[in-house]
Design a protein around this ligand. Structure first.
Ligand SMILES: Nc1ncnc2c1ncn2[C@@H]1O[C@H](COP(=O)(O)OP(=O)(O)O)[C@@H](O)[C@H]1O
Ligand SMILES: [Mg+2]
Length: 222
């Protein structure tokens, strides 16, 4: 598993992810948040990377039940991170052909399951509300925390179609890349849907903005 190997070999990264994981976990328990949608303003800001690390860090706790769902049908990436064999993809769940349970795949971590697309899928599937509603209902009932990967909110409407089903939203911004107007626009889009924005993860802090670094890692969660 590539993510866990990177965490084990990089103590600074591991420490930042651990801080991020514990803050998000405590916040979700306190506020009764179970389904967390992760998105960003534009593409390539570190959403999938952040989810992979967070899901891995959370899944290392054997008592927890964590589900990571990859709803990015345009650029699926969690399947690559967790190197699992996929029999049924999330696109079949979204098309109403199968229930979520049939598409859930176990990872090598006791506490972590994932659901991913088996191939690039039609993003229009995210606009069919009944399969989404059933999917979230099952996930909420069977897991302690569900992390949801989605495309960016400014260029496409995929994440905004899913947002009303999630309890909270975490935004990811990349230091040195995400501009303030784009981040504000992303927040406005979330506000327009009455989404509960739980926090902002800033990735790439170590490379692009070391003056903001708390500790020495690559993430900063505010
Ligand atoms: N914290 C980080 N520090 C440095 N580079 C990062 C970080 N997170 C992601 N990246 C790099 O940025 C690129 C996009 O990351 P990815 O997670 O796929 O973004 P997204 O899912 O938002 O499109 C990848 O090449 C990834 O390796
Ligand atoms: Mg991604």
């Amino acid at each position: 598993m590539r993510t866990i190997e990177r965490l084990r070999s990089n103590s600074l990264l591991s420490a930042e992810i651990s801080k991020l994981e514990s803050r998000l976990w405590r916040q979700c328990r306190r506020d009764d948040v179970k389904t967390v949608l992760v998105t960003s303003a534009v593409r390539g800001e570190g959403k999938s990377t952040t989810i992979s690390y967070l899901a891995t860090a959370m899944g290392l706790f054997p008592g927890r039940k964590i589900l990571a769902m990859d709803f990015d049908l345009r650029v699926p990436s969690l399947n690559r991170e967790f190197e699992v064999d996929i029999e049924h993809g999330i696109e079949e769940v979204l098309a109403g052909k199968i229930e979520l349970k049939a598409a859930i795949v176990r990872t090598t971590l006791a506490g972590l399951d994932i659901v991913v697309p088996s191939t690039k899928g039609d993003p229009e599937l995210l606009h069919q509300t009944e399969p989404l509603r059933r999917c979230f209902s099952y996930a909420r009932e069977h897991y302690d925390l569900v992390l949801i990967d989605t495309p960016a909110v400014i260029p496409v409407a995929d994440a905004t179609a899913v947002m009303p089903f999630a309890d909270g939203v975490v935004l990811v911004a990349m230091a040195g890349k995400t501009t303030e107007p784009y981040l504000r626009r992303a927040l406005t889009i979330c506000d327009g849907l009455d989404a509960r924005v739980l926090g902002l993860v800033v990735s790439n802090v170590h490379e692009a903005a070391p003056e903001y670094l708390i500790g020495d890692g690559n993430y900063y969660y505010e």
